[in-house]
Design a binder for this molecule. Structure first.
Ligand code: ADQ
Length: 746
């Protein structure tokens, strides 16, 4: 999904909601520099993408005010409008006393949770005051959040600095939607049980409605930790945990980079010039390798250097022909980082001494932060890049390198222990602890035929361009919104409430209303291909022998009747505008005036969208559907803008709903699914209990009509229905349970 689509999605979905992002570090820091106040902007891809979202939606970002001029730049609510050049949202700063900040950040966060989650147990250093101040800092964050939330807030927390905030918030606001993204790994129970305060941390996190991890392995590890440590109901299949009567959803959302931005920077003529300049400046040989890291022990720099040492020893012919460039920015300037930096630099000097020559450097060490343009020039120039993480949540360098490889000439050597390895097919996988094999892999990468490198890199590039940072944000927000929808509508998972449903069904016979696409038949690329799975057809037959059944759909009557092909069923087509029963049309609407207008819109849309590949304009008589499931991602924003510019001319005349990759246009006067349900029930429904299952926004009209009168179920969350089902398999299971009940009774 590209930036425009993301923005379009977010604008419509977040309408009426307020997004509150909470992080330890601020997106903008005010500092004093030579007597003046300057603003530093966080350059990281994740921070930039989140900043974009808030600029669009006007939410709030809450973070620790750590800059020395931060206090001078806020108003009485500790708030400053950002971005500084085009103020669009509020940055609210949280103040922490120096001693508390030190123990919370450098202490419990970085000396306990960080090494623990990276399975570096001997580096865990715990003091009781770290924990006490971590709690205090989390409490201060909670107070600041409490002061700004309301019924429409969606709180999105980030990372391991804020474990206790969800639990604290939950005590104060039982109904607030709270989600958390965990950027680093989550280890398994054997490791996590070493955490002082393990139970408190888990309990704190279970205050969330949703916890996002980088990869499924971390989700599994978290589920197991909770299973071992707490008396909770752990559902491994659906990745949910119910603890003290509350449900937390877990999911993997692999984070990514702004593919377009790196791709664009890398293809700029300026980058070519920078590459030439860098080659001259550092007197580089024909082949270069690259490492870009914070000077961080989890990134495995020592293992990488040991492997390089072995590589130069074993593969002599690369001496003088290959230089490895290590760009390492010092981080967290404290122990154990200072010692680690020293070990890295000592090893580099040793390799230099052993192999270096006057005219050639085996390892070029650049120890500073680079700006993005400079970084991209290195990425583009490198014949290979090495990621040697000993454990890593994801590793964005791997993805940035791939996004910058516009000519697909480089190779990625990737540690199997980085989260990125779960996703990226096409990389040369290494185990950083096996330095023999690691050294051989460097040789393999350098000797790899150009064509193989190209194929591998193109595979990698496709994976990242399809799943970039915009996609990630959309995915997480979609889940947060879904959960918020379930909560605000009080919609529960049907199988958690089967006893209640069956009790109602024991009193009255059901009258089924079933949507077709996405409910009985899987959603497919083109509507024509949607067929009813044979087992579902068998079940429908049995159902219709025992109970009244209506199939209610956006398809035309002819189409749906052919597709289902069962006789003793009522069919409602065109979202309820046409009804068929007992072998004939029982109701049809074709108001003259509307018919004329809809023809006009149909013509305009067909003409305007005809040159965009994959758009399917479906003429349904009195209504029109525009399907864009098969449109290339890059063209979707064009479809949106052309569609809306035409529909603007018909404001107030038509109702436009947006479903699963489809817009539906219908005149206001034309019946919707709710009207059709009312009509059918009036005619045939006396004494029955209506049971409606749908999956589309157009089904919401029926849910409203049946509120308190029947049972409504929606496939997927975020609906006004009484209950939700996860997918079509759930629909099958649900209907089967009801039919087997009947079988058992008789
Ligand atoms: P990190 O471990 O900090 O964060 P990582 O994924 O390794 O993040 O990315 C490092 C970032 O810093 C990259 O964007 C890179 O360009 C930049 N960087 C590194 N050295 C640099 C230099 N010398 N100059 C300029 N920029 C430099 C955590 C987790 C990761 C997870 C991220 C995002 O540890 O596993 O991928 O969050 O969720």
């Amino acid at each position: 999904m590209n930036r425009e689509e993301l923005h379009s999605f977010i604008k419509s979905s977040l309408a009426g909601k307020e997004l509150i992002i909470v992080t330890n570090r601020e997106p903008y820091v005010h500092r004093r520099k030579s007597g003046r106040i300057v603003v530093d902007r966080s350059a990281g891809g994740v921070a930039t993408a989140l900043d974009d979202i808030l600029a669009l939606t006007g939410g709030i970002w809450l973070a620790w005010g750590s800059g020395d001029a931060d206090r001078e730049t806020v108003d009485e609510d500790d708030t400053v409008m950002v971005p500084p050049d085009r103020p669009a949202y509020r940055l609210k700063r949280v103040w922490l006393q120096k001693k508390i900040a030190e123990n919370y950040y450098n202490g419990f966060s970085n000396r306990v949770l960080w090494p623990l989650c990276h399975i570096s147990l001997d580096r865990v250093y715990y003091r009781r005051r770290y924990w006490e101040d971590y709690i205090k800092a989390n409490f201060t964050f909670t107070n600041a959040i409490s002061a700004i939330v309301n019924d429409n807030s969606l709180v999105w927390l980030h990372d391991y600095h804020l474990c206790m905030v969800p639990g604290m918030l939950r005590e104060r606001f039982p109904d607030l939607t709270v989600a958390h993204f965990w950027h680093i790994p989550w280890p398994d129970w054997d490791v996590f049980r070493a955490a002082p305060q393990a139970m408190n941390i888990l309990e704190g996190l279970l205050g969330n409605d949703l916890i996002g991890f980088q990869i499924p392995l971390f989700v599994k590890n978290f589920l197991e930790c909770v299973d071992e440590a707490l008396d909770a109901e752990v559902d491994y299949e659906n990745s949910t945990i119910t603890y003290r009567g509350r449900k937390t959803f877990l999911s993997a959302f692999p984070i990514s980079v702004d593919f377009e931005k790196f791709n664009h920077l890398s293809s700029a003529p300026e980058t070519e010039r920078s590459i030439r300049r860098l080659r001259r400046k550092y007197n580089l040989p024909a082949m270069v390798g690259l490492g870009v890291d914070r000077l961080e022990y989890t990134k495995g720099l020592l293992k990488r250097l040991q492997a390089l040492n072995l590589f130069f020893e074993k593969y002599e012919k690369f001496r003088g022909r290959f230089t490895f460039i290590q760009i390492a920015v010092p981080t967290r300037l404290q122990e154990p980082y200072l010692s680690y930096q020293k070990s890295v630099e000592t090893l580099i000097s040793r390799i230099q001494k052993r192999f270096g020559r006057d005219d050639w450097t085996p390892i070029l060490y650049i120890s500073r932060k680079l700006d993005q343009k400079e970084l991209v020039a290195f990425y583009r120039m490198a014949d290979l890049t090495i990621i040697s993480s000993l454990y890593d949540g994801m590793n964005l360098v791997a993805k940035e390198y791939v996004a910058s490889q516009t000519d697909s000439s480089g190779a990625l050597i990737l540690s199997g222990l980085a989260g990125a390895a779960e996703e990226l097919e096409g990389a040369i996988r290494v185990n950083p602890y096996d330095i023999e094999n690691f050294a051989d892999s460097i040789n393999i990468a350098l000797r790899m035929p150009r064509e193989e490198k190209r194929i591998r890199m193109q595979m990698l590039r496709k994976q990242i361009s399809d799943n970039d940072i915009h996609y990630w944000i959309t995915d997480v927000l979609r889940s947060i919104l879904s959960i918020s929808g379930i909560k605000s509508a009080g919609c529960e998972y049907a199988f958690d409430r089967m006893d209640r449903i069956l009790k109602r069904l024991a009193r009255r016979k059901p009258f089924f209303f079933l949507d077709y696409d996405g409910t009985l038949s899987p959603i497919v690329d083109t509507p024509d291909e949607a067929t009813l799975p044979p087992r579902m057809k068998r079940l429908l037959r049995e159902l219709s022998r025992n109970y009244p059944v209506t199939i209610i759909t956006g398809r035309t009557l002819d189409d749906i009747r052919k597709r289902v092909g069962i006789k003793n069923i009522i069919y409602a087509g065109n979202h309820g505008a046409e009804i068929w029963e007992n072998g004939q049309t029982a109701h049809i609407q074709q108001p003259e005036q509307e018919l004329f207008l809809i023809r006009e819109v149909l013509e305009k849309l067909t003409e305007s969208l005809s040159d965009i590949k994959g758009v399917y304009v479906e003429d349904k008589g009195i209504t029109v559907s525009i399907h864009y499931r098969n449109v290339w991602t890059k063209d979707i924003s064009e479809v949106f803008s052309r569609f809306w510019s035409i529909m603007k001319g018909y404001e107030g005349r038509f109702r436009v709903t947006s479903g699963k990759k489809v817009f539906e246009i219908r005149p206001f006067a034309v019946w919707n699914k709710g009207d059709a349900v009312k009509w059918i029930l009036r005619k045939h429904g006396k004494g029955f209990l209506p049971v409606y299952i749908g999956d589309d926004v157009t089904d919401e009209d029926a849910y409203s009509v049946l509120r308190k009168r029947g049972i409504t179920l929606h496939v997927g969350p975020n609906s006004k229905s009484d209950y939700y089902l996860e997918d079509i398999d759930d629909v099958y299971r649900f209907l089967s349970e009801i039919t087997s009940l009947r079988r058992n009774r008789s």
